[in-house]
Design a protein around this ligand. Structure first.
Ligand code: CTP
Length: 396
C-alpha cells in the first residue's frame, strides 16, 4: 500500500504488555516506507527496550522531555512539527486519562498537546479497567476532542481475563493507519452490510450452513467505518469481534437476516451483501431433537429469500454491491449475477482461493467491465473495494 510512503509517524509506546506488539507495528510501517519515530514512556521501557525500536525504526528513540540531544531542548516542538500523525499504541488507561485532561507531564503527552496533526490511540488494558466509567469518560472526551480510538479488541488477556481491552493486532493497526490517510470517501453515507454464513435449523441441535468465516464482510465493515460511513453489520454466526465504530446485529437464519437488513435500510445509501446466505432451509424445523430410526431420511427444503435481489428491487434502492464466490468460470457467473440481480457492482472470487484464509484474489465487475484487484490480505482488498465503490457512488 502506498498511503504510508514518506509519512512521518510518531509512535508513542506506553507501559502495557502489548508494547511488544508495537515493535511489529514499527516494522510494518517502516516496510511501507513510513518514517517512524518512537517515543517510549518510562512505563513502556519496562516492557520493551529502546534498542528494539531503534533497530526497527532506524531512528533514535525519544523518552525524555529534557533530552540533551535536542539542541534547543524543545523535543516536544521539534518532533511533532512536521509529523503526519501521532499514534499511541499501546495506550494505557493512565495515558488516556492524562490525554483527556490535557496533562503534559512527560514527552509523549507534551507532544500530543503541542501537535498539529491527527492523534490516534490504541487502548490496551485489562477488561475491568476498560469498562470502568473513568476510562469510558476519557474515551468519550478524547473522541469529542477529535482523537481516533482504534479498538480495543475482545479476547483473552495477559491477566487471564476474557473481554474487551486487548490492543488491536499490529496488522489491524497498520491497516487502520493506512486507512487514515485515505480520503473519507463515504463520509455522511449509511452502509448496511451482511456477513458470515446463515444457519438454517433442522431441529434444536442441527442445521444447514455455508462455509464462511465472515472475515471479508467484517473487513469491509471496518474499512467503510474508517472511510467515514455509518455502518450496520448484519452478521450470521461467526467468531469475530465487532469492528470499532460499527453497529452489529446478530442473526442466524436467512429469514432473520432478511428481516434485520430491511429493518435497517432506512436512509441507507449503500447495501453490500457479503454473507454466504443458505439458498434453502428445511420446510419445517422440528421442535424437538430428531431421533435416529436407522431408516433413510429425506429433508424437504424450501427456497430462502434472496436478500440482495430484494434490496436491489426496492423503488429507491441503495447502491447495491454483491459478492459472487464461484468454483469456476468466474467471469461468466459473476457478471451473470450482476445482471440477474440488477446490481451495479459485484465482487467475484474463486472459492478455492479464499475460504477462511486471510488472503484473497478478487475481480470487481461493474457496467464498465472487469477490474482485477491484486491479490492481498482481506483488509487490503476491502480498502480497494471501498475505493472503487466510492468512485462509482460519486459517478452515480
Ligand atoms: N445473496 C443474498 N441472499 C441469498 C443468496 C445470496 O443476499 N439468499 C447474496 C450474497 O450475499 C452475495 C450474492 O447474493 O452478495 C451472491 O451470492 P451467491 O450465493 O453466490 O449467489 P446465488 O444467487 O445464491 O447463486 P448460486 O448459489 O446459484 O451460485
Amino acid at each position: 500500500m502506498g498511503e504510508l510512503k514518506g509519512k512521518k509517524i510518531i509512535l508513542g509506546v506506553t507501559g502495557g504488555v502489548a508494547a511488544y506488539k508495537a515493535a511489529e507495528l514499527t516494522r510494518l510501517l517502516v516496510k511501507a516506507g513510513a518514517s517512524v519515530h518512537v517515543v517510549l514512556t518510562e512505563g513502556g521501557a519496562h516492557f520493551v527496550t529502546p534498542v528494539t525500536f531503534q533497530a526497527l525504526s532506524g531512528h533514535r528513540v525519544w523518552a525524555d522531555l529534557w533530552d540533551p540531544r535536542m539542541g534547543n531542548n524543545m523535543a516536544h516542538i521539534d518532533l511533532s512539527r512536521d509529523a503526519d500523525l501521532i499514534v499511541v499504541a499501546p495506550a494505557t488507561a493512565d495515558v488516556m486519562a492524562r490525554l483527556a485532561q490535557g496533562q503534559c507531564d512527560d514527552l509523549l503527552t507534551t507532544l500530543c498537546l503541542a501537535r498539529d496533526c491527527p492523534l490516534l490511540v490504541a487502548p490496551a488494558m485489562n477488561r475491568q479497567m476498560w469498562e470502568h466509567p473513568a476510562t469510558q469518560r476519557s474515551v468519550a472526551q478524547l473522541v469529542g476532542d477529535g482523537v481516533t480510538v482504534l479498538g480495543p479488541d475482545a479476547g483473552e488477556q495477559a491477566c487471564g481475563e476474557v473481554g474487551y481491552g486487548r490492543m488491536l493486532e499490529p496488522e489491524v493497526l497498520y491497516e487502520a493507519l493506512a486507512a487514515h490517510f485515505q480520503p473519507k470517501r463515504l463520509a455522511g453515507r449509511k452502509v448496511v452490510i451482511t456477513a458470515g454464513p446463515t444457519f438454517e435449523a433442522i431441529d434444536p441441535v442441527r442445521g444447514i450452513t455455508n462455509s464462511s468465516s465472515g472475515k471479508m464482510g467484517y473487513a469491509l465493515a471496518r474499512v467503510c467505518a474508517q472511510a467515514g460511513a455509518e455502518v450496520v453489520l448484519v452478521s450470521g454466526p461467526v467468531a469475530l469481534p465487532t469492528p470499532y465504530g460499527v453497529a452489529r446485529v446478530d442473526v442466524a437464519s436467512a429469514q432473520q437476516m432478511h428481516a434485520a437488513v430491511f429493518a435497517n435500510l432506512d436512509a441507507a445509501d449503500v447495501f453490500i451483501g457479503v454473507a454466504a446466505v443458505a439458498d434453502y432451509r428445511p420446510a419445517d424445523a422440528a421442535e424437538h431433537k430428531l431421533k435416529k430410526s436407522g431408516e433413510a431420511m429425506t429433508l424437504s427444503l424450501v427456497p430462502n429469500p434472496d436478500i440482495l435481489a430484494d434490496v436491489a428491487a426496492l423503488p429507491n434502492a441503495p447502491f447495491c454491491v454483491g459478492f459472487a464466490a464461484e468454483s469456476r468460470d468466474l467471469d461468466t457467473y459473476a457478471e451473470g449475477k450482476r445482471r440477474n440481480k440488477k446490481v451495479p457492482m459485484i465482487v467475484g472470487n474463486l472459492v478455492q482461493d479464499a475460504l477462511g484464509s486471510d488472503d484473497n484474489q478478487v475481480v470487481i465487475y461493474d457496467a464498465a467491465g472487469r477490474h482485477p484487484v491484486p491479490r492481498g490480505a482481506k483488509d487490503a482488498l476491502a480498502l480497494r473495494i471501498v475505493e472503487h465503490l466510492g468512485r462509482l457512488l460519486v459517478a452515480a
